[in-house]
Ligand binder design. Structure first.
Ligand code: AMP
Ligand code: ZN
Ligand code: ZN
Length: 422
C-alpha cells in the first residue's frame, strides 16, 4: 500500500512537471549551430549586500573567478515584473510597457496582475520591447527558459524553443536540473540562451525582513541551488565554457506598521480607483470627470495630497521628475503617490497590522536598499574583478554581445558594461 501511494505521488509530480513544459516547436524554423551558452539566473529580491550577510560558498566561487558589480540599479518602480523586463529588454518600464506589477490599460480596458495562474502575465500584448529570448530566436538560435517573468507569453509572435508556465511547485533543484538537461542537447537543438528564476529570497524578505535569520536561510538555500548548477556544469566539463549571469531585480528594505501613510486621511477615496498601493499608490480618477476629462478633478485632488505627509510625494501623470523615466505611457495613471524608503501608502481599511510585510521594495532606485546584484562568470568575464554599480537597462546589450547577436531597439549602452568583460 505504501509503495502504491509513493508511486501515485511520483506520478502526480511527473504530471505536474510534464504538463507545465511546453515546446512551441515551430518545426519550420531552421536553427544555426549554438554559440557559447549564456545562462541568466534571477534571484528575486537579492539585495546587493546579501552576499556579505551569510555563507554563500557557490556565489562566492563565481565572484572569485568572475566579475561582480557593487550593485545592480533597478528601474523605477523597483518591482519584480518591471525590472525583469528591463533586464531582458534593456528598456525602462515606460518603454517596455510594464510600468508596475499591477496596472490598468484604458485601451484594452483590462487589468494586468502577476502571480501563479495570472492570464495577464502570460499575454504578450502588454510588452512593447523585444525580450532577449525573442532576439535570440529571431536570429536562428535557441532560447530556453525555466521561468522568467513573461517568458511564458508569446511576445511579438515568438516564444522560446522551450519554456514553462510559471508554477511554484516545480522545485528549485528541478529548475537547475532542467537547465543542465537542455545543455545536454546536441548540435542545433542545444540552446544558446537559458534563463531561470528563484523567488524564495524575495518571499523571505517580505515576510521576515531583510535582516532576519529566515532570510539568511533562504539566501543559503538558493546558494546551494546555484551549487547544483555549478556542479552539474563541472560534471559535464563545461563550467568554464559557459557564461553565467546572476542578477536580481531589486533589493529589499524594512517596513514598519507605524510608518504607514493613509490616503483616506486626506482625500475621499470614492473619488478615485486605487489601482496599486504599498511603496507607491496609483490613483485613477473615476468620479467628477468633465466630458471624460479627468484633469479638472486631478487639479482638485492634487493640492489635498501635495503636502499631506512629509514622507510622501505626489506626481501627476507626465509630471514625474526625469530620473523616474515615467513618461508617456497610458498605463501611468492620473496621480501617483510615492513613499520614502521604509514607508508604505495604504488606506485605513487595507491596513492590517497582523498581515503586514516586514520588508518591501518598489521605492526609488536612488535608495541603495533597492539595489540588486550582478555577477558574471565565464569565458568572456574578467576574473576576480569588482566593478561599479550599473543600471539594469544596460545588461541586454551586454548579453547580446556575449551571444554575438544584434540587439533590438533598447535604452541601454554597451559601454556601461564593458568594464566587466575581458
Ligand atoms: P513582487 O510582488 O514584486 O515581490 O513579485 C514577486 C512575485 O512575482 C513572486 O512571488 C511570484 O508570485 C510572482 N512571479 C514571479 N515570476 C512569475 C511569473 N513568471 N508569472 C507570474 N508571476 C510570477
Ligand atoms: Zn522581485
Ligand atoms: Zn517582492
Amino acid at each position: 500500500m505504501r509503495l502504491f501511494k509513493q508511486a501515485i505521488f511520483l506520478l502526480c509530480i511527473c504530471m505536474i512537471f510534464s504538463c507545465s513544459q511546453t515546446q512551441e516547436g515551430s518545426s519550420d524554423q531552421v536553427y544555426n549551430q549554438p554559440g557559447t551558452p549564456l545562462i541568466l539566473i534571477s534571484i528575486d529580491g537579492f539585495r546587493w549586500d546579501y552576499l556579505e550577510k551569510t555563507d554563500t560558498p557557490y556565489l562566492d566561487q563565481l565572484v572569485a573567478s568572475g566579475a561582480r558589480s557593487q550593485g545592480l540599479i533597478p528601474s523605477y518602480p523597483s518591482k519584480t515584473f518591471p525590472n525583469h523586463l528591463s533586464i531582458v529588454t534593456g528598456s525602462y518600464p515606460n518603454n517596455h510597457g510594464l510600468v508596475a506589477n499591477r496596472m490598468y490599460d484604458e485601451v484594452f480596458d483590462e487589468y494586468y496582475y502577476i502571480g501563479q495562474g495570472s492570464t495577464a502575465a502570460r499575454d504578450g500584448k502588454w510588452i512593447n520591447r523585444e525580450p532577449i529570448w525573442v532576439t535570440v530566436e529571431n536570429q536562428s538560435l535557441r532560447a530556453m527558459t525555466m521561468f522568467w517573468p513573461a517568458s511564458d507569453a508569446k511576445i511579438m509572435g515568438v516564444r522560446p524553443s522551450n519554456w514553462f508556465t510559471y508554477n511554484e511547485s516545480i522545485t528549485n533543484t528541478q529548475r537547475m536540473e532542467q537547465l543542465l538537461r537542455w545543455l545536454d542537447l546536441k548540435d542545433n537543438k542545444r540552446p544558446t540562451f537559458l534563463a531561470s528564476y528563484f523567488s524564495d529570497v524575495d518571499n523571505a524578505g517580505h515576510r521576515y525582513g531583510p535582516e532576519a535569520e529566515e532570510t539568511k536561510i533562504a539566501i543559503r538555500s538558493i546558494d546551494s541551488e546555484i551549487g547544483v548548477l555549478i556542479n552539474g556544469l563541472k560534471d559535464r566539463g563545461i563550467f568554464d565554457a559557459v557564461n553565467i549571469v546572476i542578477v536580481s531585480d531589486h533589493g529589499m528594505t524594512e517596513t514598519y506598521t507605524d510608518q504607514v501613510i493613509f490616503l483616506d486621511d486626506y482625500i475621499d477615496m470614492s473619488r478615485v480607483e486605487l489601482v496599486d498601493k504599498g511603496p507607491f499608490a496609483v490613483m485613477r480618477v473615476v468620479m467628477g470627470l468633465i466630458d471624460g476629462d479627468a484633469k479638472p478633478e486631478v487639479d482638485n485632488l492634487f493640492p489635498l495630497l501635495e503636502n499631506a505627509h512629509p514622507n510622501m510625494k505626489i506626481y501627476k501623470k507626465n509630471e514625474f521628475p526625469e530620473n523616474f523615466h515615467m513618461t508617456d505611457n497610458r498605463r501611468i495613471q492620473d496621480l501617483t503617490a510615492v513613499a520614502d524608503d521604509h514607508w508604505r501608502i495604504l488606506t485605513r481599511d487595507t491596513f492590517n497590522p497582523s498581515y503586514f510585510p516586514k520588508g518591501d521594495h518598489g521605492y526609488h532606485p536612488d535608495y541603495e536598499s533597492m539595489h540588486g546584484i550582478f555577477i558574471g562568470h565565464g569565458p568572456d568575464f574578467k576574473i576576480d574583478y569588482v566593478g561599479p554599480r550599473v543600471q539594469n537597462i544596460h545588461l541586454y546589450e551586454m548579453m547580446c554581445k556575449l551571444m554575438d547577436i544584434t540587439p533590438s531597439i533598447n535604452d541601454g549602452d554597451i559601454t556601461a558594461t564593458t568594464t566587466f568583460l575581458k
